[in-house]
Design a protein around this ligand. Structure first.
Ligand code: 44T
Length: 698
């Protein structure tokens, strides 16, 4: 589609989504990390000069480590890469750097490689950086066990010359952990509020995010990742960093023993007072005896840390999770199924131990007894639930609308049917029950878990339709309804009755129209949802007189910033960071101009302008939109504009609006990163021409 109509916005947006998916953002960070590249190059050079002259690069990515080995003088260099996109890219890069035919690149996973099928004989050196923030997440343990058993010469020992011995770079790793208090982490993993939008939340029961060490079901992952140094609101260390694990990649017995190693327990003196929200984990990668790379929160490293949220039964959360100096935190460390698992199992105080989570559960040894006693919400759904201003704004806007409609009715009497024949989705209540005043019909088409329909139903005289689909989530809403005195029949689940989303926007019953339709406009990542305007246009036709869609208007704001951080995450900055190898033009094909999931409040950047209104999406009458309005922005300081971050003011009605850029917001922000930074002097005017997705022409 892009070739046919290059400026077709939808296709462009989809291409960027695909590019984002094909090549992970860390490739840019890694290749721009000149220190990391230089350290690997030094270690490889030393090994090759020390006699390792046959090399295998596992997970070559763009091929940079393989090329280091070749350049260091290795006789034979092999590389393997499991991603097709990266494999093809590595072939181009190696050729462009004059090493075509000198490095044999295989499109396969190292575990499938055999001697002599894929490489003629065992190699004396394996180099790899197949690690993620939790160290083992890219399968390095499994890869190295296989490499030692099938691809590497036997390890160094005095009886053999170095050229006949095998070794690995990195030589090993030291894993550190630290207990932290951090509100930003807490609000993504547990319910922190006892009331939202006028609804008491206790009846919701246990709510957990899908990040947990203890539960067996595969819908969870043991850890999530965060850049601790960039989290809004920061974090408070509750213990000193502790050594969680040491691993020697040159000792295959140790590698094989890792997964069967019994669980180790550490007792950590609590050194700070606060709520125990999570364990943060990072590591030092020892490339060889002399040099190492660290992913710690204090380093000015670009890497994230692994985060193990403390999942404690809500009932016991308060007095146990609040720790203070003098307490001891007991943590279990295990490597079940090749993932590093850390679990805070108990707090020791005055000689007694208070369990945080059932120790057995931490090991997943106890079979999950019966249906789990909690409900799983995505992290973004949990953060939304904790966003009180969001729910209060909706509650006030809904109340205002219902009041206006009641007043209008008392003036003109009950609204007559429009007489239009439509496919009835739910017949109005029939039978002896007193018809009472006609209810107001409210439809919530939010994505994912949303309590807005229940908030509408709790206004009274409202029949609310929720688009919540999962039975577990519907059960939570029903429990909340009962606990908050909302009659059962005031809340219906819509998607169970209709086959497709299009039908969702049909009329509630034979002759009724909707009083309000709640749309979900902005994705958590910071972008407007696709097809929003089409949905709004359809929804508007289904409103009764005086009815409203929420929000009625979205205003997009942006500003000019100078941010090296965003540049380093978006494109390789020339040949210098990549040891002089010509890699940038190849990997930069996958640069995407729009960066999402940003925490703009903590992004290192210089503001080069005030925030300005970029464009308006008027959902109540689409033809009022300025789709390609030009905006002029005046530079408030001199510098290089590298990006235009943007966010939204969501207007529910004339008086009530909420921003997607504030500390309670569950939304992250997005930014357009310029292809070429633009030098500006204070006072310069910059023209931002924006189409559907903001493009920058200056
Ligand atoms: C301080 C390092 C650091 C710390 C914290 N966070 C990130 C980093 C940076 N490292 C990220 C690399 C992570 C991705 S691994 C790099 C490339 O290797 C490929 N692969 C992975 C396993 C594998 C295999 N067995 N056989 C062949 N290919 C394999 C992947 O397809 C990927 O393209």
């Amino acid at each position: 589609a892009l070739k046919l109509k290059p400026d077709y916005p939808e296709a462009k947006e989809n291409f960027y989504r695909v590019a984002n998916w094909l090549v992970e953002r860390w490739h840019f960070l890694m290749l721009n990390d000149r220190r990391r590249n230089h350290k690997y190059q030094q270690a490889i050079q030393k090994a090759v000069e020390g006699g390792c002259n046959t090399v295998l690069d596992i997970g070559t990515g763009t091929g940079i480590l393989g090329m280091c080995a070749k350049k260091a003088g290795a006789a034979e260099v092999y590389a393997c890469e499991l991603s097709k996109t990266m494999y093809e890219l590595a072939c181009e890069v190696v050729t462009a750097n004059g090493m075509n035919g000198l490095i044999k690149i295989l499109h396969m996973k190292s575990l499938e490689m055999e001697v002599p099928k894929d490489i003629p004989k065992r190699v004396s050196l394996v180099v790899t950086e197949t690690v993620d923030a939790g160290l083992f997440g890219e399968g390095i343990i499994e890869s190295l066990i296989h490499a030692w058993n099938h691809l590497l010469l036997p390890p160094q020992d005095p009886s053999r010359p170095p050229s006949q011995a095998g070794r690995v770079i990195p030589a090993g790793a030291t894993v550190f952990g630290m207990a932290v208090q951090c509100l930003e982490i807490r609000r993504h993993h547990r319910l922190c509020v006892s009331e939202i939008g006028g609804l008491a939340t206790a009846a919701a029961g246990e709510l957990h995010s899908p990040v947990s060490c203890s539960s067996e079901d595969d819908s969870t992952e043991p850890y999530t990742t965060e850049r601790l140094s960039r989290l809004p609101g920061g974090y408070t260390p509750l213990t000193e960093p502790f050594n969680a694990l040491d691993i020697d990649f040159n000792n295959v017995q140790e590698l094989e023993g890792l997964c069967s190693r019994e669980v180790s327990r550490v007792r950590l003196p609590v050194t700070g007072e606060g709520l125990l929200d999570a364990l943060a984990v990072w590591f030092q990668l020892h490339l060889d005896q002399q040099s190492s790379l660290s992913t710690g929160p204090k380093e000015d490293t670009c890497w994230e840390q692994a985060i193990y949220p403390v999942q404690t039964p809500h009932s016991r959360i308060i007095y146990i999770r609040h720790v203070q100096p003098g307490d001891e935190l007991i943590v279990e460390i295990s490597c079940r199924d090749a993932y590093l698992r850390l679990c805070s199992v108990a707090v020791a105080r005055d000689g007694r131990e208070f369990q945080l989570c059932s120790a057995l559960a931490c090991l997943g040894t106890e079979q999950s007894s019966g249906p789990r006693d909690y409900t799983m919400l995505e992290c973004a759904e949990m953060a939304l639930l904790n966003n009180q201003p969001y729910h209060d704004s909706f509650r006030r806007a809904l109340a205002k609308l219902i009041t206006n409609l009641k007043d209008a009715r008392s003036v003109q009497g009950p609204s007559q049917g429009q007489g239009l024949e439509v496919m009835p989705l739910t017949d109005p209540p029939s039978g002896p029950m007193d018809p009472g005043p006609d209810p107001f019909y409210v439809l919530d088409v939010s994505e994912g878990f949303s309590v807005l329909s229940l908030m509408a139903a709790s206004q009274g005289q409202v029949k609310a339709y929720s688009s919540v689909e999962k039975t577990q989530h519907q059960a939570v809403l029903r429990r909340l309804a009962r606990a908050n005195g909302v009659p059962e029949e005031a809340l219906e689940f819509w998607l169970n009755q209709v086959e497709d989303e299009q039908a969702v926007l049909q009329r509630p019953s034979r002759e009724k129209l909707w009083s309000a339709i709640i749309l979900d406009c902005v994705e958590t990542c910071g972008l407007v949802r696709q097809k929003l305007m089409e949905k709004a246009t359809l929804a508007r036709c289904l409103l009764e007189d005086g009815g409203q869609i929420f929000p009625e208007r979205i205003v997009l704001y942006g500003m000019l910033v100078e941010s090296d951080t965003l540049l380093l995450e978006s494109a390789v900055q020339g040949q210098e960071p990549t040891l002089g190898f010509n890699i940038a033009p190849f990997i930069n094909q996958f640069t995407v101009p729009v960066h999402v999931f940003l925490d703009l409040s903590t992004l290192q950047c210089r503001h080069l302008s005030d925030s300005v209104e970029l464009f308006i999406l008027d959902l109540m009458n689409t033809n009022a939109n300025y789709t390609n309005r030009d905006v002029k922005v005046q530079a408030s300081a001199s510098g290089r504009v590298t990006a235009v971050p943007f966010w939204y003011q969501i207007h529910l009605n004339e008086e009530i609006s909420l921003s997607t850029f504030n500390q309670d917001s569950h939304w992250k922000q997005a930014a357009v990163v310029l292809h070429q930074p633009l030098a500006v002097r204070e006072g310069d005017w910059v023209r931002l021409a924006n189409g559907k997705s903001i493009t920058m022409t200056m």
